[in-house]
Design a protein around this ligand. Structure first.
Ligand SMILES: Cc1cc2nc3c(=O)[nH]c(=O)nc-3n(C[C@H](O)[C@H](O)[C@H](O)COP(=O)(O)OP(=O)(O)OC[C@H]3O[C@@H](n4cnc5c(N)ncnc54)[C@H](O)[C@@H]3O)c2cc1C
Ligand SMILES: *[C@@H]1O[C@H](CO)[C@@H](O)[C@H](O)[C@H]1NC(C)=O
Ligand SMILES: *[C@@H]1O[C@H](CO)[C@@H](O)[C@H](O)[C@H]1NC(C)=O
Ligand SMILES: *[C@@H]1O[C@H](CO)[C@@H](O)[C@H](O)[C@H]1NC(C)=O
Ligand SMILES: *[C@@H]1O[C@H](CO)[C@@H](O)[C@H](O)[C@H]1NC(C)=O
Length: 506
């Protein structure tokens, strides 16, 4: 049989399938009319990508309102220093973050490479590790100090990433999960769930990594990415380790452009208000029929408004200090959310770093563009990194004497005095405070994704790991889940052995 004939056979079988299915196939049975109105609360990467996926699934007729009380982009934001914009929140994206990659492509945006120059690790007394511009020398240095630990680390991370990437396959086949635990289990089985229950420290010690490697390499990476140490859960630890891979990138013009782009592409309606209450309401029509709706009460300027929706997606951390949304009239009541978030101040200083702090004889030949710190460093600052603006395509040139625009993450706002200690001289300083990501404390108990019948919570995924791609995955999942539950497609939710099933499928 020729290739074309084969293809024809396949397509006629597919055609037959479609024909048969129009009389009712399992799962795709008769479709309910689409919902009239959907509300999304929050216009960060989670909320805006949810709007995008909701539009794809529910079609052009549904009205989608996106509520945002601050700036579109949320934790993706830039600060301006002397007329140039720099990423102040979520900044780098992994080359295998396929949703983010897809958004950038679909929206016609451009990318910048985030190659960061040479890295050093400071322990409070000296540099314990210093990268060289020679790959071979780095390998020798790493092996000399840590044996083959860094190679093993690479393999450990790769193995987890490999399993994690199954999510793209599941989502492209429209499968959804009703809880973060079920989603993780479908990707990496009990191993992934176990990682939520253990500290990264425990996880890696069991895997045979040395204390020295944990303190000097792993902990500094956790400090820069999550402002915490190896006491965080093993899963977010692995996500954080992928931040040490090569090929990281960001969006030209600022990562937040993805959010405004998705919002526009989804043809949803942005309401610049602050949501205060969500109430479960039952409406009785003249005919005696009842419909269940959610009422969203929000503040717009000094006025209070209310609107009703068939489906609501909450795309912001539910925590009194952050979104402070009150749920009214739900039976059973919706729990209080207690997840604490880590306070982080992103600080930019344009000036000359006091390189003597880190090494005594390198003032004219410093050459590093990133300094990470160990838990013993006691510097007030978790890390230092030379940065370029969101419009500069060129790579960072390591400044020989430490002059440039430095970005730092600190637990608190730095005082002028503290900045003067860290810098020989500086011209400008700028800061942006965040409640940045959960304060991880395994065993993690993840909040529900389904808060009520048609009320979904995207940011529950942050209990496993907080990152742009995680929010996009949660958004895709929530849109699919809302769609399947609306249409009664039970067979598309929480399928077990999905990996095996899809492997044998054409
Ligand atoms: C300093 C820092 C560095 C980071 N670095 C990286 C990185 O390099 N790579 C990476 O992948 N991730 C990084 N992250 C994490 C990443 O930024 C977040 O995981 C992601 O942006 C979260 O997106 P989100 O849409 O889920 O939430 P958010 O961006 O927080 O969006 C929620 C939105 O909801 C709005 N909102 C809240 N309450 C209400 C209300 N009641 N009514 C109306 N609107 C409301 C908020 O104003 C906000 O805009 C970093 C985060 C920080 C803070
Ligand atoms: C993780 O810990 C919880 C209790 O906190 C327990 O119920 C669950 O079974 C544990 N899961 C695994 C995979 O160890
Ligand atoms: C890891 O845990 C061990 C004991 O459980 C502890 O001694 C060590 O200091 C921890 N290491 C780090 C880097 O936190
Ligand atoms: C949260 O909202 C409630 C009711 O709207 C309000 O009384 C309370 O002061 C708010 N809390 C914070 C921390 O903003
Ligand atoms: C909210 O902020 C207060 C004061 O900073 C803090 O004590 C409390 O733990 C925070 N709550 C959460 C859930 O983060």
């Amino acid at each position: 049989m020729g290739r074309n004939a084969g293809r024809e056979l396949v397509s006629s079988l597919l055609g037959l399938g479609l024909l048969l299915c129009s009389w009712g196939c399992p799962g795709s049975a008769e479709r309910r009319p689409p919902p009239e109105k959907i509300a999304v609360i929050g216009a960060g990467i989670g909320g805006t990508s949810a709007a995008y996926y909701l539009r794809q699934k529910f079609g052009k007729d549904v009205k989608i309102d996106v509520f945002e009380r601050g700036e579109v982009g949320g934790r993706l934001a830039t600060v301006i220093l002397q007329g140039r914009e720099y990423e102040a929140g979520g900044s780098v994206i992994h080359p295998l973050n396929l949703h983010m990659k897809r958004f950038v492509k679909d929206l016609g945006l451009s990318t910048l490479s985030a190659s960061g120059g040479l890295i050093g690790v400071y322990n409070g007394e000296k540099m314990v590790f210093q990268e060289s511009s020679w790959f071979v020398i780095n390998m020798i240095k790493l092996i000399w100090r840590y044996g083959f630990q860094s190679l093993r680390m690479h393999m450990w991370v790769e193995d987890i990433l490999d399993k994690f990437m199954r999510i793209y396959r599941y989502q492209s086949h429209d499968y959804a999960f009703s809880s973060v635990e079920k989603l993780l289990h479908s990707l990496g089985g009990d191993d992934f769930l176990g990682m939520l229950n253990q500290t990264l420290n425990e996880t890696l010690q069991k895997a045979g990594f040395s204390e020295k490697f944990l303190q000097e390499i792993v902990a500094p990476i956790m400090r820069v990415n999550y402002g915490q140490s190896t006491g965080i859960n093993g899963f977010v630890g692995a996500v954080s380790m992928t931040g040490a891979d090569s090929g990281l990138w960001s969006v030209e013009g600022g990562n937040k452009l993805v959010c405004s782009g998705l919002l526009q592409a989804s043809k949803s309606n942005l309401i610049p208000g602050s949501v205060m209450f969500i109430e479960d309401k039952t409406r009785t029509r003249n005919t005696g029929d009842t419909t269940k709706m959610y009422e969203v009460v929000y503040q717009l300027g000094s006025e209070t408004h209310a609107d009703t929706y068939d489906i609501v997606l909450v795309a912001t951390p539910l925590n009194q200090n952050m979104s402070n949304i009150t749920f009214l009239n739900f039976d059973p009541p919706i729990e209080e959310f207690q997840q604490q978030y880590q306070h982080i101040v992103t600080t930019f200083v344009k000036g000359k770093l006091n390189t003597n702090l880190f090494c005594s004889r390198c003032s004219t030949n410093f050459g590093l563009s990133t300094i990470l710190t160990t838990d013993t460093s006691k510097l007030l600052v978790n890390n230092f990194g030379l940065v370029t603006s969101v419009n500069e395509q060129n790579h960072i040139l390591p400044s020989r004497d430490g002059t440039g625009v430095w970005k730092m993450f600190a637990q608190e706002t730095l005082t002028k005095r503290q900045i003067t200690k860290l810098f020989d001289s500086y011209l400008h300083a700028s800061k942006q405070p965040w409640l940045a990501y959960p304060r991880y404390q395994p065993p993690e108990k993840c909040p529900s994704i389904i808060l009520h019948d048609r009320l979904y919570y995207l940011n529950s995924i942050e209990c496993a790991a907080s990152a742009m791609e995680m929010s996009a995955i949660a958004a895709h999942n929530a849109a699919l889940l809302a769609f399947h539950r609306w249409n009664g497609h039970k067979d598309m939710i929480d399928q077990e052995e999905l990996y095996e099933k899809l492997k044998t499928e054409l």
